[in-house]
Design a protein around this ligand. Structure first.
Ligand SMILES: [Mg+2]
Length: 370
C-alpha cells in the first residue's frame, strides 16, 4: 500500500458506537476571561465496524453535562446509522437532516463531528494508513504553538509559567488576556515577553471579553508590543464588529473556534470578519466539515490554524492548503498510549494507521469516570 494513495475501504458497515466520559486534570490550570479551568471532561468515542476496524475520536466537552449530552446524542445518532455503509459524507448529510429540527449546534454538532471523526479513523485504520494519507496528502510537520498555560494570573506568576513552558522549545505561545484594564493586559504581555526568547511569537486571546470599541483601543496598544495575532476580542458571532476591528488594526485578527460548521465560516470570511481562521474539529463538522472549511480558507487565501485536540487536528492541517499553526495542548496525554510528540516546535501526523491514537487503559483507570 505504501507509495500509492489509499482509497476508501469498501465495504465498511457501521456496527455501533460506544462512549465513555472521564475527567482529566490539567498540569497548567488555565484561567481565561470566561472561566478558570483546572480539569477537563473528555468523551472517548469508539466507532465499531462489522468488518473489525475500530475508529477512535475524543471530544473536549467543556462541562460534565456537556459530556453527558454529547454522549446521549452520539448514542441516538449511532442507532440511526447502524447497518449503513461507513461513508462519512453520506452519513453526515443524513444526520444533519435528522437533527435539523433540534438544531445542529452545541452538543449536537459536537456529537455528529465526533462520530464523523471516528468513521474516518476507522476507514484509515481499515486501509492501514495514516488519516492524512486517506485525505490525499502526505505526512508533514506543522508548526505548533504552546497553549497549555498563560491564563489570567498576574505578571509574577505569568513570568514563572512562561519560563516553565519555554523549556519545551516551542517557537510560539498563547497568552490569555482580558484583565479589567489595558494597563494590566500590557503588564501581562510584557511579563511574558521578558521571559521568553526574542524569536518566540506570542499570540493573545481575549475569549470574547471586549466590546468592539474597547477591542480597537486595546488592539492598537497591543500591536505596538509585537503580537502574532489578536484572538476573539469580542463576541465570536458578531462578524460586523470583528470586520471593523480587522479593518482598524494592523495585527491579524484570529477567530474560528466557535464557527458552527463551514457555513458559519463562509459567512464570516465573506464580510472579512478576520484575517486568520482557526476552526475546531468538533464544531466545524469533524473531518468532513474541516475539509470543506479548508477549501473556503484556501479560496479566500486565509491562513488556517486549529483549536485544541492536536492529535486530530495535525492530520487535518497537513491536508489543508493554507495550514498555519497547530494549537498544542498536552491534555490527551492522560488518556493516550502514545502522546503526540513535539519535535523542533512542530508536530507531525504519526506513521500509524488512522489518527494513530489508542486509549491507555492503564491511564484511564486512574481517572474519574463521569
Ligand atoms: Mg481561543
Amino acid at each position: 500500500m505504501k507509495g500509492t494513495a489509499p482509497s476508501f475501504p469498501d465495504p465498511l458497515i457501521l456496527r455501533g458506537v460506544t462512549t465513555r466520559a472521564v475527567r482529566v486534570p490539567l498540569k497548567f490550570a488555565l484561567g481565561t476571561s470566561a472561566a478558570i479551568i483546572k480539569e477537563v471532561p473528555f468523551l472517548l468515542i469508539d466507532v465499531l465496524m462489522e468488518e473489525g476496524p475500530v475508529g477512535h475520536s475524543y471530544v473536549f466537552c467543556y462541562t460534565t453535562a456537556g459530556a453527558k449530552s454529547i454522549a446521549a446524542h452520539i448514542a441516538e445518532a449511532a442507532e440511526m446509522v447502524k447497518g449503513r455503509p461507513g461513508k462519512p459524507h453520506s452519513i453526515f448529510q443524513m444526520l444533519m437532516r435528522r437533527f435539523a429540527l433540534l438544531g445542529v449546534a452545541g452538543p449536537v454538532r459536537m456529537a455528529l463531528s465526533a462520530l464523523d471523526v471516528g468513521i474516518w479513523d476507522a476507514a484509515a485504520v481499515a486501509v492501514g494508513r495514516p488519516l492524512v494519507e486517506l485525505l490525499g496528502a502526505v505526512r508533514r510537520p506543522i508548526p505548533a504553538y504552546d497553549s497549555r498555560g498563560l491564563g489570567l494570573m498576574g505578571p509574577e506568576k505569568l513570568a514563572d509559567e512562561a519560563e516553565a513552558l519555554a523549556t519545551k522549545g516551542m517557537k510560539a505561545m498563547k497568552l490569555r488576556l482580558g484583565y479589567p484594564t489595558l494597563a494590566e493586559d500590557l503588564g501581562a504581555l510584557r511579563a511574558v515577553r521578558r521571559c521568553v526568547p526574542r524569536d518566540v511569537l506570542v499570540m493573545v486571546d481575549y475569549n470574547q471579553a471586549l466590546t468592539t470599541a474597547e477591542a480597537i483601543r486595546r488592539g492598537l496598544a497591543l500591536q505596538q508590543e509585537g503580537i502574532a495575532w489578536l484572538e476573539e476580542p469580542i463576541r465570536h458571532d458578531d462578524y460586523w464588529g470583528n470586520a471593523e476591528i480587522a479593518r482598524r488594526l494592523d495585527v491579524p485578527l484570529q477567530i474560528g473556534e466557535n464557527f458552527n460548521g463551514p457555513e458559519a465560516m463562509a459567512e464570516a470570511v465573506t464580510v472579512r470578519a478576520c484575517d486568520y481562521v482557526m476552526p475546531d474539529v468538533a464544531r466545524i463538522g469533524g473531518v468532513t466539515g474541516w475539509m470543506q472549511a479548508a477549501g473556503i480558507a484556501s479560496a479566500f487565501g486565509l491562513e488556517m490554524s486549529s483549536h485544541l485536540v492536536p492529535e486530530l487536528s495535525v492530520h487535518l492541517l497537513a491536508a489543508t492548503p493554507t495550514a498555519h499553526w497547530v494549537e498544542y495542548v498536552d491534555w490527551a496525554d492522560a488518556i493516550l498510549d502514545e502522546p503526540l510528540e513535539v519535535v523542533d516546535g512542530a508536530v507531525t501526523p504519526p506513521d500509524r494507521p488512522g489518527l494513530g491514537i489508542t486509549w491507555s487503559e492503564e491511564k484511564l483507570r486512574r481517572l474519574e469516570t463521569l
